[in-house]
Write a protein that binds this ligand. Sequence first.
Ligand code: HNI
Length: 147
Amino acid sequence: MVEWTDQERTIINGIMTSLDYEDVGAKALCRCLIVYPWTQRYFGAFGNLYNAEAIKTNPQIAAHGVKILHGLDRAYKNMDNIKETYAELSVLHSEKLHVDPDNFRLLADCLTIVIASKMGNAFKPDVQAAWQKFLSVVVSALGRQYH
Ligand code: HNI
């Protein structure tokens, strides 16, 4: 099981509670779809993804970005049991959606970039370390049902 120090918990709590879900969720998913265009293949039913502008102004993508952050919320509220918390979501992504699990890491990195750019100087190395540890556990838990 993953161990969290008080400092890590405080940092993750600080980021999650100050997160603007609408803004960050949309920006992170858009960035993922633009930077790694093969991730668009899973969103064929989401309308126009023709170019970066279309992706950034697509309301279905923005709404889905928020949904993903609500998914992240579950991990943050169950820090000591992230694997179990994500068991169902992992099955959904593997068996129903057939999302390549490598893409979880890509989206997690986009999320980190968006948050870092919003936090600026406050995104210090120890903050980044705790945040990336949290996302690594999320990525691993989401990929768990693939093995
Ligand atoms: Ni993901 C649906 C959470 C990464 C493609 N995804 C969901 C839902 C949640 C969620 C929550 C809604 C489930 C439901 O309806 O019961 N996804 C997460 C989280 C991450 C993630 C927390 C990583 C941090 N998803 C990804 C990635 C892709 C992805 C990387 C593809 C590149 N997800 C999808 C698709 C759906 C989805 C596709 C279904 C969308 C729909 O509504 O049809």
